[in-house]
Design a protein around this ligand. Structure first.
Ligand SMILES: Nc1ncnc2c1ncn2[C@@H]1O[C@H](COP(=O)(O)OP(=O)(O)OP(=O)(O)O)[C@@H](O)[C@H]1O
Length: 639
């Protein structure tokens, strides 16, 4: 007995939604498969739950799965599940109408938005799921056959996505739902691919649905070898199903974590550290994050990718979810799986969403905590980590003021205390001798350059520890950093540093008097270059050095801002002379005896130029500097 198919009209809203789908509101048409697989997976979940609640039910739960079948001659893609299925009434309610309150709301807002501007429409699309109807993006006709588990009668629904659909009872249908898409001709230019190509379909499944709990089966890709009889290919499960974050931590092995890490990060090495997070409550999500062992090549390129993927209920939503993790933690790889977001949530929405903001805060704290844990308990791992990613983490000192203290606490720096090991600020502060109330640092290009810098002389003589900050970013954050645990940061190349004891004050006053004439005169000679010439308390062996005033920017910082396209002015600096050096005392004597000698002004210029060279910068006019130097050296030989 065959029953005639009866034709029905779609609800007005449904028709409008179908129109949208046919005209494709998604630019990425591959998403239809993600939607259908998600529905199938839900149907399997529902059946399992129903059986769990009532084990006398006459339903088959022995081999719950999803199957995808392709037929390139008929140009069909069929996706079936042996889940809960639908009764005829359910088909009418769920598929024929927009029963889903979310979708109805979507349509209402969509209508409003269409009267406004395009952008708003785009935004709305991301806020709601539009599930089953997305089949019409790729299919010109859809046939759905479904049998409610435990019931005999099945229903066949068919539609071309226009005004009507037909319903027809069928016999002998298997339990669950099978949806056959009669595909539109492929049009890759419109991102409509050939969905009868098993490779393409597998690629979509592994991209979006790899972590679906239920097996997704497809015919094996193996082709018969030469001379072999082509056999009916066996089924193969194409998704890994390994959503490790949904399993209790104790049950997952390190190997499994490493395998997952490698897959999502495309790194060959094992992760350095695995971080798990399981948040329950009004906002539910799990995160499985990894700290890599090595920095990737493009970590510092302007379009460096963030490593966190966003999933909704184990379904992939997007890569590179920079809304979830701040850019100074962009090396963190992993997965965040939320139970509260819409499947096709868009970036625009993520950016505005307060829940996302709260997730981001939570994840950031957790990662910082993990790094702190490494520093405290696994120093070797920490050292490795910091060597690779310290530079990136320090960007956070400039970006994330709320976590500034937490970031400072996990930083470590090279220091004069130890040639091999970096030090934390905490350890530096603990080593500070009585009377030292500042954290001393020097910024520059490399450790050897800093160690041999003239600024270091008095500190070396006094055995005072100095942090050697050699990353360009150090220059920037340290400049604006108020303090660490109540101790201010002090550049030893800035301001008036005096490490001498009070008893020496009398000697200093005397010296000041003796040199007053020289200092004033040199100040006049060099007035274009420096704002002051004074005696130094920081030099023991060099004749002179240039320092920046306490609140002025150093030349490196000036250059950095220039490179970033935000130039700041370079203030004139201060020239400090070492009264104990023969060149300085000799210049004083010469100036006293023959103040009119033009050669002395040239010597003053040379002293300034040498001080610049010693700090690693250059005199403005190097050619002139070299000429003066050669002339004066020549003269000494002639004597
Ligand atoms: N494979 C299936 N098996 C059983 N029921 C299904 C299946 N596919 C869809 N349904 C039913 O049809 C309803 C509508 O599906 P549709 O995909 O349009 O929206 P949704 O899944 O509810 O929401 P969304 O996809 O927007 O999150 C589903 O809620 C479900 O009850």
């Amino acid at each position: 007995m065959t029953t005639q198919a009866e034709s029905y009209e779609f609800q007005v809203e449904t028709r409008q939604l179908l129109q949208l789908m046919i005209n494709s509101i998604y630019s990425d048409k591959d998403l239809f498969l993600r939607e259908l697989i998600s529905n199938a997976s839900d149907a399997l979940d529902k059946l399992r739950l129903e059986r769990f609640n009532d084990d006398t039910l006459d339903v088959d739960t022995s081999d719950l799965h999803i199957r995808i079948e392709l037929d390139d001659s008929a140009r069909t893609l069929t996706i079936s599940d042996n889940g809960i299925g639908m009764t005829r009434d359910e088909v009418v309610d769920l598929i024929g109408k927009i029963a889903n309150s979310g979708t109805a709301e979507f349509m209402r807002q969509m209508k409003e938005a269409q009267q406004e501007e395009e952008a708003k429409t785009e935004e709305l699309i991301g806020r709601f799921g539009v599930g089953f109807y997305s089949s019409f993006m790729v299919a010109e006709r859809v046939v759905l056959v479904t049998r409610r588990a435990g019931q005999a009668e099945a229903t066949r629904w068919e539609s071309a996505g226009e005004g009507t659909y037909t319903l027809q009872p069928v016999e002998d249908a298997p339990q669950g739902t099978s949806i056959t898409l009669h595909l539109k001709p492929a049009d890759p230019e419109d991102r409509l691919f050939d969905y009868t190509d098993p490779r393409k379909v597998r690629e979509i499944v592994t991209r979006y649905s790899d972590f679906i709990t239920w097996p997704i089966r497809m015919a094996s890709l193996q082709v018969a070898g030469e001379g072999e009889e082509a056999e009916e290919p066996a089924d193969e499960t194409v998704n890994s199903r390994k959503a490790l974050w949904t399993r209790p931590a104790g049950e997952v092995t390190d190997e499994e974590y490493a395998e997952l890490y490698k897959r999502i990060s495309r790194d060959w090495n094992d992760p350095l550290e695995t971080i798990r997070l399981n948040i329950e409550g009004t906002l539910q999500y799990q995160a499985l994050l990894f700290l890599p062992e090595r920095a990737g090549a493009n970590l510092f390129s302007p379009d460096a990718k963030h490593g966190v993927q966003l999933y909704v209920n184990r379904v992939f939503v997007m890569d590179d979810a920079e809304e979830l993790i701040p850019s100074y933690l962009r090396f963190v790889k992993g997965v965040v799986d939320s139970q509260d977001l819409a499947l096709n949530v868009s970036r625009e929405i993520l950016q505005q969403d307060r829940q996302i903001e709260s997730m981001r805060k939570r994840l950031t704290k957790r990662v910082l905590q993990a790094i702190k844990g490494l520093a405290a308990n696994e120093p070797e791992k920490y050292t490795k980590f910091w060597g690779e990613f310290g530079r990136v983490v320090k960007e956070g000192l400039l970006q994330d003021f709320a976590n500034r203290d937490a970031i400072l606490a996990i930083c470590s720096f090279e220091s004069t205390h130890d040639a091999e090991q970096r030090t934390s600020l905490r350890d530096y502060v603990e080593r500070m001798p009585e009377g030292q109330d500042k954290i001393y640092y020097l910024t520059g290009d490399s450790r050897p350059a800093l160690e041999s810098s003239p600024y270091m002389e008095a500190f070396r003589a006094k055995e005072l520890e100095v942090l050697l900050l050699t990353d360009p970013i150090d220059e920037v954050w340290v400049d604006g950093m108020p303090e660490f645990e109540g101790k201010q940061f002090q550049s030893i190349a800035k301001g008036d540093i005096d490490l001498t004891s009070d008893e020496a004050d009398e000697d200093k006053a005397k010296q000041k008097e003796e040199f007053a004439g020289l200092l004033t005169w040199m100040g006049e000679v060099l007035t274009k270059e420096v704002k002051e010439v004074r005696l130094s308390n920081r030099l023991t062996t060099s004749p002179a050095c240039v320092v920046s005033d306490q609140n002025d920017a150093t030349p490196t910082l000036v250059n950095l801002y220039k490179a970033m396209g935000q130039p700041i002015p370079q203030e004139r600096r201060i020239l400090e002379l070492n009264p104990g050096h023969a060149l300085v005392s000799g210049l004083r004597a010469a100036h006293q005896s023959r103040p009119e000698d033009p050669r002395l002004a040239e010597t003053a210029e040379l002293v300034h130029g040498m001080a610049l060279l010693a700090e690693g910068t250059q005199p403005d006019d190097t050619a002139r500097f070299v000429q003066l130097m050669a002339a004066q050296l020549g003269e000494t030989l002639g004597k």
